[in-house]
Ligand binder design. Structure first.
Ligand SMILES: NC(=O)c1ccc[n+]([C@@H]2O[C@H](COP(=O)([O-])OP(=O)(O)OC[C@H]3O[C@@H](n4cnc5c(N)ncnc54)[C@H](O)[C@@H]3O)[C@@H](O)[C@H]2O)c1
Ligand SMILES: C[N+](C)(C)CCCC=O
Length: 517
């Protein structure tokens, strides 16, 4: 049976839910349900001003309207989160884990529905959207597992006195998300926050407002106290209200470097800790002794997931001179074979970019690359699918740029689209200097069969996530985050507990007070 939310979407009669039967098709969905959620219910915005259209990238149709939340709504959401914090923070880790595991079960049972709605709002292929939903579920399961392990230390002091530490939650945390992984980002932020005993108010990107609220409903259905995860819609004004709110204890942000700087500045007014997951311009180093088949696969995974709209993408592909022609030939051949089109079709490997303006921005990077002397080896053009209903969608052909040099704009700036820049190198020493010559440091990769070289290179790469003989895998057990301007803090892995909790030291005197007065 279709779930309540899916049933609330206006669309033609749909087939009963089944993993292989499409419940919806591109161009058939209109969303009219409210997209805010606090105190256990969906809410429309009261202010009804600055309403924005939200588009379906696959077709260019209007999918729904975004009603940004103003101060009174942000206050209501924070108040709900504060109230939930009172209950949730007093529950044991085991009790919290039980509810989170139930939420993970619900996500599993609604996997297809969530993935489909993600596709309709974001434009990525259904194959990728399913993996994003899985990553969200796994993250919730992982942090549910950690919830009961949160513990302090016992420290012996002279004379039988002692101290102990308590790991305590921070309070109401704010999550602010980007549009490229809407459901996954909401889970990667809420799961560690909730496991540590916090509550959260999450603001999705105004471009992709639809699926975060599904996650909030799922936690509520799983038995979370009302107000545990709340969703407010809006853009920078709503985000700014959240960051400045006096009852907010922490801000966890995913987005661009320029917005990240503003978030940090706003949070600093209240001396609030931040987690910043920002942009990247990551290098991928392919040595001549690589397994070429795997290196080619790795380069494609490093550039074309989610239409290239991935923070960790290895967009500067440095290839050792002797294998450059063979590598380029193979990469271009496979890039040309990528099936572009309706993101809800099983055969599609590349869907639509997120918006018309973003598509234009990415295409202008390709034009700029040509002007600066790069060779377009394939792609880089607008793509119009043959299906008439997709003609207004935001598609382009994936692009490989050759003859690139380190000074080119396409090599220096984050494009955030399906554009791979290939560069040639001769020595390990040289490529390390060039790879690290960036203000960002989110990820990096190396392909080589030489195990000593692999670890030596990784030791010198200035990046938070380094991949040896693979790229863009993010198991939730492993911390993810950036060096340099790519961010502060980590998501996933045990260390994230430290970013969503604080330590209290308790001194216990077993003797008399030794007073100096
Ligand atoms: N490191 C990571 O994990 C990661 C993951 C995904 C995306 N990203 C980065 O995100 C960028 C693309 O996403 P985007 O275009 O949505 O980023 P963005 O910075 O434009 O927006 C991100 C979020 O910040 C909000 N926002 C914007 N201005 C704000 C303000 N002044 N105060 C408070 N909130 C504000 C937006 O409404 C949105 O929700 C890329 O640079 C990409 O690399 C990083
Ligand atoms: C799961 N990926 C593909 C590594 C994406 C991580 C989040 C960055 O945009």
């Amino acid at each position: 049976m279709l779930h309540r939310l899916a049933a609330s979407l206006r669309r033609p009669a749909a087939a009963p839910f089944a993993a292989t039967v499409r419940c919806i098709s591109s161009g058939s969905v209109n969303i009219s349900v409210p997209l805010n959620f606090w105190a256990g219910k969906r809410w429309s915005s009261q202010e009804k001003c600055n309403i924005e259209k939200v588009y379906e990238p696959a077709t260019g149709r209007v999918l729904c309207h975004l009603e940004p939340c103003g101060a009174s709504e942000v206050n209501q959401a924070v108040k709900a989160a504060k109230s939930a914090f009172g209950h949730w923070s007093k529950m044991s880790g085991m009790e919290r884990a039980r509810i989170m595991i139930e939420a993970a079960h619900i996500i599993e049972s609604r996997r297809e529905e969530i993935a489909e709605i993600e596709v309709v709002n974001n434009g990525k292929s259904i194959t990728e959207a399913r993996l994003d939903v899985d990553s969200a579920r796994l993250c919730i399961e992982y942090f549910a597992g950690l919830a009961s392990t949160l513990a302090g230390q016992h420290v012996q002091l002279p004379g039988g006195s002692f101290a102990y530490t308590r790991r305590e939650p921070l309070g109401v945390c704010v999550g602010i998300g980007a549009w490229n992984y809407p459901f996954q980002i909401a889970a990667w932020k809420s799961a560690p926050a909730l496991a540590c005993g916090n509550s959260m108010v999450f603001k999705p990107s105004p471009v992709t407002p639809v699926t975060a609220v599904m996650l909030a409903e799922i936690y509520a259905k799983a038995g979370a106290p009302e107000g545990l995860l709340n969703v407010v819609q809006g853009g920078q004004e709503t985000g700014s209200l959240l960051c400045h709110h006096p009852d907010v204890a922490k801000v966890s942000f995913t987005g661009s470097v320029s917005t990240g700087k503003k978030i940090m500045e706003m949070a600093s007014k209240g001396v609030k800790p931040v987690t910043l997951e920002l942009g990247g311009k990551s290098p991928l180093l392919i040595f001549q002794d690589s397994d070429l088949e795997n290196a080619v696969r790795g380069a494609l995974m490093a550039n074309f997931l989610s239409q290239g709209q991935v923070c960790s993408n290895g967009t500067r592909v440095f290839v050792q001179k002797d294998i450059l022609p063979t590598f380029v030939e193979e990469v271009v051949k496979r890039t040309c074979a990528i099936e572009i089109g309706d993101p809800l079709l099983e055969s599609t490997r590349m869907g639509a970019l997120v918006s018309q303006s973003h598509l234009e921005k990415v295409l202008s990077f390709v034009d700029q690359a040509k002007k600066e002397g790069a060779a377009v080896l394939c792609g880089g053009e607008p793509f119009v699918p043959s299906d008439p209903k997709l003609r207004g969608g935001y598609y382009m052909t994936p692009c490989v740029l050759g003859d690139c040099t380190d000074e080119m704009t396409s090599v220096k700036e984050e494009i955030f689209g399906p554009v791979m820049s290939v560069l040639s190198f001769e020595t390990e020493e040289e490529v390390l200097l060039r790879a690290n010559d960036t203000t960002m440091g989110l990820a990096a990769g190396v392909f080589t069969r030489d195990v000593k070289r692999a670890h030596r290179v990784v030791e010198h790469l200035k990046a938070g996530s380094c991949f040896i003989n693979n790229y863009n895998i993010t198991p939730v057990e492993v911390p993810f985050g950036g060096f340099k301007m790519s961010g502060i803090g980590r998501e996933n892995g045990q260390v994230t507990v430290e970013h969503y909790s604080q330590l209290k030291s308790v001194y216990v005197e077993m003797g008399d007070v030794d007073s100096l007065f």
